[in-house]
Design a protein. Structure first.
Length: 567
């Protein structure tokens, strides 16, 4: 290709050994790890995980062997005028950074030197010759984020540009006018900025909220809402119209609630967005739920389970038949736990089917079915049909009514493993909830394999974490949990955690696996108090006790545990 940098195939192990960075024995060890269980990881990734070589050593060595320059990338090296020659979606999905253009040739930084087609793709988008330099993946992600942040729109400027099309007439219902309003370039930039910055900050939801005098945009991060943007109120119709266009919704309908979906590329990953609109007194409130399909939490390793908790979960999800219930309030991570169980047992030898509303994550090798209540495709009707599809494992997004509960228990008793969720306060509460739905106690006793109750607590930010002596309040809480705490951790607040002292969340779990005594009590119709007493006598670790163990390990605070549990 004229004016481009040609890459040549190189063997990672040979390159690193030749340069004295690793030994042949270390290469053999990495290859053995790669072959365990048919892992799809690249050899270079495994060498980094094993600590034999750093990412910088690997990238620099491969670049040298391929005849490509290597550079540590910063945003200062980027010509802002040139950055825009490639579409934002392509830049984020392919993780490439346009740096500068000299004599008609575009220089682009890449991290994946094994993608021989990338130069051709960049050339097609740029319409000019291309040469590449190698850079670290983290450097490329950081520069893309920095430059995108720098290009965040000014609200004053955006408002000035959109005044002419809003015309101050928020009540206009002409479809063509509204569509033009939602397609206006400044509005597009603002919505794109809101979505991509929310993804970068790890938000789970974006709230666009109109009020009498203000129009605010809030992000939910680690379970808490934070106000991030406050565009002028006059921009509200334009912003809502833009979101509706992206989600395939009816932009002229502003009196009824609507649901839609969007898929965007961010930092090389596909991210699904679920959109919900609901009219209020001052316009339409829009909530966008962010679902990252690359989420590493969808495995037991990603959930960071303690050994005892992991063994219990592995035990119940590998039973040949029966019903497993995951309980907790909305937003407590139930879906992540269910998907982690499915990934744990997923194999080509079994037929796993899910019934969901909506489908939250796409999982390779699993049959996933969407409920459509408006046309009669309910949980119960799909489940009834599904039993004729020869399933081994069935996952129900939620048991909502007596009919679904009855079919689920029948399926569990006829040789299927059924996994589902319920909204109850603790593990024993799931049993009485099934009774309230009309399931006979003796059927629950025979079908139930296990119940996982869970909550999410915020993790102490590792960047501003400090340890101190526990207060009397903490010592009293520890005493109630039957443990002794010597030190506690707390975050003072920094830029990484938005001055909150917390970054990320962790699950706390209470796992009930019925004993013979428990099954007898269930079959006899024992009340909730009796069931909890039996569970306690058998040594169940409560949500509060599991949370206090995380306090003792310095992962969270007593205040967080008490926020989501009762002692």
């Amino acid at each position: 290709m004229s004016g481009s940098t040609e890459t040549k195939a190189v063997r990672v192990g040979d390159v690193l050994v030749e340069r004295g960075l690793i030994t042949p024995k270390q290469v053999d060890e990495a290859i053995a790890v790669q072959q365990e269980g048919g892992k799809r990881q690249l050899l270079g990734e495994i060498l980094i995980e094993l600590g034999f070589v750093s990412q910088e050593q690997l990238t620099a060595a491969l670049a040298d062997a391929s005849g490509i320059p290597f550079a540590r990338l910063t945003s200062r090296l980027v010509d802002r005028d040139v950055f825009g020659v490639l579409p934002v979606e392509f830049v984020e999905q392919s993780q490439v950074v346009p740096l500068f253009k000299v004599d008609g040739t575009l220089t682009v930084a890449v991290s994946d030197l094994s993608n021989f087609f990338l130069v051709d793709e960049v050339t097609q988008h740029a319409g000019c010759p291309v040469q590449i330099v190698a850079a670290l993946p983290d450097d490329i992600r950081g520069v893309i984020e920095d430059v995108s942040q720098d290009e965040a729109p000014s609200f004053d400027e955006l408002f000035a540009q959109t005044e002419s099309i809003t015309g101050g007439d928020e009540g206009s219902s002409n479809r063509a006018d509204v569509e033009d309003l939602g397609s206006d370039s400044p509005v597009v930039k603002l919505v794109n900025h809101a979505i991509h910055s929310a993804i970068r900050e790890g938000a789970s939801d974006i709230h666009f909220e109109p009020d009498e005098e203000v129009f605010r945009v809030r992000y939910r991060v680690d379970g808490q809402l934070f106000e991030k943007l406050r565009p002028p109120s006059q921009m509200q119709p334009a912003i809502v119209a833009r979101i509706k266009i992206m989600a395939g919704m009816d932009i002229s309908e502003r009196r009824l609630p609507q649901d839609g979906a969007i898929r965007v590329a961010s930092r090389g990953n596909q991210v699904d967005l679920r959109v919900s609109t609901l009219p209020n007194k001052y316009g339409e409130k829009v909530v966008i739920r962010i679902i990252d399909n690359s989420n590493s939490l969808l495995t037991f390793s990603g959930l960071r389970l303690e050994d005892e908790t992991r063994k219990s979960m592995e035990r119940i999800c590998k039973e040949p038949y029966g019903i497993v219930l995951v309980t907790g309030p909305t937003g407590s991570g139930k879906s992540s736990t269910l998907y982690s169980m499915l990934n744990e047992i997923n194999s080509p030898q079994i037929n796993i089917c899910t019934v969901e509303d909506p489908i939250e994550f796409n999982v390779l090798g699993i049959n996933q079915f969407q409920v459509h209540s408006k046309i009669g495709l309910t949980f119960a009707s799909v489940l009834r049909t599904l039993l004729r599809q020869d399933p081994d494992v069935i996952m129900l997004g939620e048991i909502r009514d007596a009919e679904t509960a009855t079919i689920a228990v029948q399926a569990a008793l006829t040789g299927h493993l059924v996994l589902s969720t319920l909204h109850t306060n603790d593990s024993a509460g799931a049993i009485t909830r099934l009774q309230n739905l009309g399931i006979e106690p003796y059927l629950i006793s025979a079908a139930l394999v296990g119940v996982v109750a869970q909550r999410l607590v915020r993790r102490v930010c590792p960047e501003c974490k400090v340890e101190s002596q526990p207060s009397t309040h903490v010592l009293n809480a520890a005493e109630r949990a039957g443990m002794k705490i010597d030190k506690v951790a707390k975050g003072h607040g920094c830029l990484v955690c938005n001055q909150t002292g917390f970054k990320g969340r962790a699950g706390i779990f209470e796992i009930l696996i019925p004993s013979d005594e428990m099954r007898d009590a269930i079959a006899a119709g024992a009340n909730l108090g009796r069931l909890r007493s039996i569970a306690k006598s058998q040594g169940i670790r409560t949500l509060f006790e599991n949370g206090m163990a995380k306090v003792n390990a310095g992962e969270t605070t007593v205040e967080e545990v008490l926020r989501v549990t009762s002692a």
